[in-house]
Design a binder for this molecule. Structure first.
Ligand code: HEM
Ligand SMILES: *[C@@H]1O[C@H](CO)[C@@H](O)[C@H](O)[C@H]1NC(C)=O
Ligand SMILES: *[C@@H]1O[C@H](CO)[C@@H](O)[C@H](O)[C@H]1NC(C)=O
Ligand SMILES: *[C@@H]1O[C@H](CO)[C@@H](O)[C@H](O)[C@H]1NC(C)=O
Ligand SMILES: *[C@@H]1O[C@H](CO)[C@@H](O)[C@H](O)[C@H]1NC(C)=O
Ligand SMILES: *[C@@H]1O[C@H](CO)[C@@H](O)[C@H](O)[C@H]1NC(C)=O
Length: 278
């Protein structure tokens, strides 16, 4: 899940037709059946794509994820809108080394560092420290420290994101986190609310999220079920805006003394005017 993709989707959704489905080659998943990756199966840094492969909503081997396969899988499992998935899919294709000729990706192609995969993940090591794509309990335990109530809210999730960023910045000499990473990261932290929670309230049951991350399995046995309404782009954009706003150590903005208007204050060339640029 990528916020940037959703931002682009705002502009692009209307332009895309829903792709047709052909039955052949498109797996039919199960909410009940589940098996972890076997020796010939590949997985990647995305806990949800791994999960859907484990359930067979995506090919269990994690390979040859074409647009129609991803559209059917994310639609069947999570009720994601097809046009939105199309945009996400196109954003993922550059992960295939054959891009721009590629028509699919494999989950392990997503491992390429600083393409889509990035530092300061909630549940994976930074590439600098080792494996950047397998679930890492120690990293996730740091994240969980900030999920301090049975219901995760916007403060909890953004606190864990900021903590992971600070941890990486302080310890990883190759730490990289650009504005594009931020957009992706916001898309990732909103994902649990979208898949398992209440989008209006911006809340999600902590036990569902922890079960999902730690098992790479849909939390069906904890009472979760697929949302009956298709995930709307407006829900996602609204969540992204709220979580982006909350992803700061500032508590808000204060107007500059006098005018309360930043552009006027800056034009005065007061020695403090630069604060208005922050
Ligand atoms: C075409 C579909 C998708 C692609 C290509 C994709 C790709 C990725 C990639 C490359 C990452 C790693 C980012 C990092 O370094 O932390 C990631 C992380 C993540 N993805 Fe996805 N994703 C997709 C769909 C989804 C969906 C549908 C969800 C859930 C609704 C989801 C939830 C997450 C979460 C929660 C993370 C953060 C993991 C962490 O920080 O440890 N993704 N995804
Ligand atoms: C990938 O899937 C497509 C369509 O589902 C199929 O035509 C193609 O043969 C598959 N490729 C591989 C390498 O399995
Ligand atoms: C993509 O295909 C075109 C036409 O077949 C070819 O000229 C080009 O070299 C290919 N690019 C890559 C990256 O394989
Ligand atoms: C999240 O819950 C905490 C209590 O654990 C509360 O202090 C905080 O204000 C809540 N944040 C939001 C955005 O509701
Ligand atoms: C990041 O910043 C650059 C330069 O301001 C801008 O061109 C680009 O659109 C931004 N990207 C995102 C995802 O915000
Ligand atoms: C943005 O965050 C500030 C302070 O953290 C909060 O007062 C405000 O309501 C938030 N705005 C939105 C649109 O969520």
């Amino acid at each position: 899940m990528k916020a940037a993709l959703f931002y682009y989707a705002t502009l692009l959704t209307a332009a895309f037709a829903h792709p047709g489905h052909h039955k052949a080659h498109v797996p039919t998943g199960s909410f009940i059946e589940w098996a972890p990756a076997g020796p010939n199966d590949v997985r990647g840094p995305c806990p949800m794509m791994n999960t859907l492969a484990n359930h067979g909503f995506l090919p269990h081997d994690g390979k040859n994820l074409t647009q129609e396969v991803v559209t059917k899988g994310l639609g069947d499992a999570l009720n994601f809108d097809a046009a939105l998935i199309q945009v996400m899919f196109k954003q993922a294709l550059p992960a295939n080394p054959d891009f721009p000729n590629a028509s699919f990706f494999d989950l392990n192609m997503l491992n390429t560092h600083n393409l889509l995969e990035h530092d300061a993940s909630l549940s994976r090591l930074d590439a600098y420290f080792g494996n950047n794509h397998v679930f890492n309990q120690q990293v996730f335990d740091q994240t969980k420290q900030y999920w301090v109530s049975p219901t995760i809210n916007a403060s909890h999730i953004t606190n864990s994101k900021l903590a992971r960023m600070l941890q990486s910045k302080a310890s990883n000499p190759t730490y990289k986190f650009t504005n594009t990473t931020e957009a992706f990261s916001i898309g990732e932290i909103l994902a649990p609310f979208i898949a398992f929670g209440d989008v209006e309230m911006v809340t999600v049951a902590r036990n569902l999220v922890i079960y999902f991350f730690e098992n790479e399995r849909l939390p069906v046995k904890l009472g979760w079920s697929r949302k009956t309404n298709a995930v709307a782009l407006t829900d996602i954009l609204d969540l992204a805006a709220k979580l982006s706003n909350a992803s700061t150590l500032f508590t808000g903005v204060s107007p500059l003394p006098g005018t309360g208007k930043r552009d006027v204050a800056i034009s005065q060339r007061d020695v403090h005017a630069a604060f208005g640029l922050l």
